[in-house]
Design a protein around this ligand. Structure first.
Ligand code: GRF
Length: 208
């Protein structure tokens, strides 16, 4: 059984995709032990509650010092002894201490085909705006392990999504979620739960 904790900040549609995959049996041998949010208003917390998953809020605002916030966040996560931490729209820069505590055990979903439209500042609508500005005809999403850089860790899965004439950043954001993110995030967790992934020299390899 792979014990996972999911970190969120917002709507939580990617969390929903994980919950659905567990409930419909396509994601087996995975136990979602908690959802942790930095944002007390995140709708993702309601989704957790609806599925009877324990949740916690660790808000930056409650801590005068960044260091104390980072400690509290790590403490909340460690209580659940996760095998894997899943960042599903988590808008906090992951502290160094956390990456060191969970090497190759944190994954993130990013709404572009890395290494395009990623790195510092590329969150929310920005990757989609940048893709439209550049005029690429294909974009997509990437699930990757989290290392010390921003969107630089080993890539696990990617899925391409076509850009259509007349797309707005909002329309494209939604299509990337529907066609790519909600598929590859549960799929990546599934591969990890089955022990089918190894990493060599920064590259993910699949084995059965
Ligand atoms: C997604 O676009 C994800 O790729 C990005 O943040 C967004 C989260 O959406 N990292 P949701 O909260 O899962 O609906």
């Amino acid at each position: 059984m792979l014990n996972i904790v999911v970190l969120v900040s917002g709507g939580g549609t990617n969390l929903q995709a994980i919950l659905d995959a567990i409930e419909n049996g396509s994601l087996k041998d995975v136990h979602l032990s908690a959802v942790i949010s930095n944002n007390p208003q995140a709708y993702a917390l309601t989704r957790a509650k609806n599925h009877k998953i324990p949740s916690e809020v660790v808000s930056r605002k409650e801590f005068p010092k960044g260091e104390d916030f980072r400690k509290a966040l790590l403490h909340s996560i460690q209580k659940y002894h996760p095998d894997l931490i899943v960042l599903a729209g988590f808008l906090v820069v992951i502290p160094k201490e956390m990456i060191e505590a969970y090497p190759n055990r944190i994954i993130n979903i990013h709404p572009s085909l890395i290494p395009s439209f990623c790195g510092k500042g590329f969150y929310g609508l920005r990757p989609h705006e940048a893709a439209l500005e550049r005029g690429v005809k294909v974009t997509g999403a990437t699930v990757h392990f989290v290392d010390q850089g921003t969107d630089t860790g080993p890539i696990i899965l990617q899925k391409a999504v076509s850009i259509r004439e007349g797309d707005t950043p909002e329309v494209l954001q939604r299509r990337v979620m529907e066609e790519a993110e909600w598929n590859i995030l549960p799929q990546a967790i599934c591969l990890i739960a089955r022990g089918e992934i190894s990493i060599q020299d920064g590259v993910v390899h699949f084995q059965k």
